[in-house]
Design a protein around this ligand. Structure first.
Ligand SMILES: NC(=O)c1ccc[n+]([C@@H]2O[C@H](COP(=O)([O-])OP(=O)(O)OC[C@H]3O[C@@H](n4cnc5c(N)ncnc54)[C@H](O)[C@@H]3O)[C@@H](O)[C@H]2O)c1
Ligand SMILES: NCCCC=O
Length: 498
């Protein structure tokens, strides 16, 4: 089916259709069906045969070259990403930075993939080899299109795998630039293949018998389906899912930083960020002061054309999503929350932008834990402020959620900061900051956000790897894109039982 990117999306969600935020067609392409998915996997298999023979150092060299090209083309890729997704050009550039940084990081690790050597009786010995899995599938969400494609492909390729990647149909464009760059850097054709489409294409990929692993970023309901499909083929999965993360502001914090942190935790990429700290718990003593400053700064956020340098918030991804987010604000009011600012559609003066899906960022006061806006992931620019008295109380309330992606704490008390994060049920915790993404640190969730604390502890990952559904970034991700082979070597004669 041929689809157009950029047709205004006002109707029902057709998974095979592509749209952009401002009613303009920017490209057309065909969604992949069974035939195209088979071709993509076949190509990736052929590339894998070549790629797996290369040493880690050789693979690393190609990844480094790809990182260099991305860095060199940052402005161009960021511009396309901004059109692709609607995020401000400033943020898009930061995403591109975290993308080439990820490739550089895994380029460095590629040569360090190693097993163990184990002495056995009589001079015999064993060793382990860390080997690639084969053709891996990456399926992305629409909020960080280029970054997600990079964060999935870099560790996969560094470990010697090939990848077939499917971006979200809402943001199909920039993954193609990444594919082009890998090829230009010297990767065998088909090593990083992109197929386009929605859920149906995603399912074909997950069910494909030649696919060894699926790495998915998206919502919990889709993650459940991916896991089901992968379970049928006994395939490992990495699941990076949704969240409703707490941000805890203690009265002894540096207030200026806490206010900045709360904005960073809520309003990047129009609030469409999985790890956002949308439940902002503020200790009673500073509630009024904090709220006043947060509202003031939120009202100053410049909304508009994301390609303009001064813009800090662009449009949401599509009309149904905008309406969904506005619906949460309406519901919050009905449940007793107070809209302290924003929460309504925004129409920029520029006539070219009048059909864009803009809204004013919203701060909700008078929130309670039982409100829908506090319990459910909104995935839009809506911050809920809640007050608390004691550390024990806020910890219990912060953890009272099925999600567990991220959490943050602002305090000047060093002991309290570490005591609190040790108790928070979240995969990524921030102390005195929020939503920074160093690629050296693993990223992923607890509970329904991505994983349960199970997993296998090896000599290499001891103390680090206990996550069931994987992580992105950091050294630990090597474990999730490779498998361990044990080789047992006899130096004497066979002692037969027969
Ligand atoms: N934890 C993270 O790292 C992270 C990062 C970004 C977004 N997210 C989450 O993603 C969600 C928003 O993104 P979204 O709306 O694109 O999510 P989504 O689950 O609707 O879609 C994600 C991807 O899955 C594909 N898909 C849909 N149905 C499928 C199926 N049955 N089988 C295979 N693939 C299928 C989509 O086409 C898309 O590419 C939010 O919940 C957000 O929190 C999580
Ligand atoms: N920069 C990390 C964002 C991932 C979640 O949406």
């Amino acid at each position: 089916m041929t689809t157009q990117i950029g047709v205004s999306f006002d109707g029902s969600l057709d998974e095979d259709s592509i749209w952009t935020w401002c009613s303009r067609v920017i490209a057309t392409f065909s969604c992949s069906g069974e035939k195209e998915v088979n071709l993509a996997v076949e190509d990736a298999k052929a590339a894998f045969k070549i790629w797996r023979q290369k040493s880690g150092l050789e693979r690393g060299r190609i990844l480094l070259e790809a990182a260099r090209i991305i860095r060199e083309r940052t402005d161009e890729i960021a511009t396309v990403e901004s059109i692709n997704n609607g995020k401000s050009i400033l943020e898009a550039r930061l995403d591109i930075d975290t993308s080439w940084q990820c490739l550089e990081y895994y380029a460095g690790l590629a040569g360090s993939m190693a097993g163990e050597h184990i002495q056995l009786p009589g001079g015999s010995f064993g060793y382990t080899r860390r080997e690639p899995l084969g053709v891996c599938v990456g399926i992305g969400a629409w909020n960080y299109p280029f970054q997600i494609a990079s964060w999935k492909s870099a560790p996969a390729l560094a470990c010697g795998n090939a990848m077939v990647f499917k971006p979200s149909p809402f943001t199909p464009v920039t993954a193609l630039l990444l594919a082009e760059i890998y090829t230009e850097a010297g990767a065998p054709p088909g090593l990083f293949n992109v197929v386009q489409g929605g859920g149906a294409t995603g399912q074909l990929l997950c069910q494909h018998r030649d696919v060894a692993k699926v790495s998915f970023t998206g919502s919990v309901p889709t993650g459940t389906k991916i896991m089901e499909a992968a379970a049928k083929g006994i395939k490992p999965v990495t699941l990076e899912l949704g969240g409703k993360s707490p941000l805890i502001i203690f009265a002894d914090c540096n207030l200026e930083n806490a206010v900045k942190g709360a904005l960073m935790a809520n309003f990047l990429t129009q609030g469409e960020v999985c790890c956002n700290g949308t439940r902002v718990f503020v200790q009673k003593e500073i509630l009024d002061k904090f709220t006043e400053q947060v509202v003031q700064q939120t009202q100053r956020i410049k909304i508009g054309d994301p390609l303009l340098e001064g813009t800090r918030m662009g449009p949401l991804i599509n009309r149904p999503h905008l309406e969904r987010v506005l619906g949460f604000v309406k519901g919050a009011k009905e449940q007793g929350a107070k809209v302290l600012c924003g929460g309504d559609p925004y129409v920029p003066e520029d006539p070219k932008l009048k059909d864009g899906y803009f809204m004013r960022p919203c701060v909700l006061g008078n929130c309670r834990d039982d409100m829908t806006c506090v319990k459910e992931e909104i995935f839009g620019p809506v911050m809920s402020i809640l007050s608390f008295d004691t550390e024990a109380e806020v910890l219990e309330r912060a953890n009272n959620t099925a999600f567990g992606l991220a959490a943050g704490v602002f305090t000047r008390d060093l002991q309290r900061a570490h005591r609190v994060v040790a108790e928070l049920q979240a995969g990524v915790c921030f102390i005195n900051n929020y939503n920074v993404s160093p690629v050296e640190l693993p990223f992923g969730g607890y509970k329904k956000s991505g994983s349960q604390p199970v997993g296998i502890v090896t000599a290499q990952n001891r103390g680090a790897s206990r996550e069931g559904f994987g992580r992105e970034n950091g050294r630990v991700t090597i474990e999730h894109y490779s498998q361990l082979k044990t080789v047992c070597v006899e130096m004497g004669d066979v002692e037969s039982a027969f």
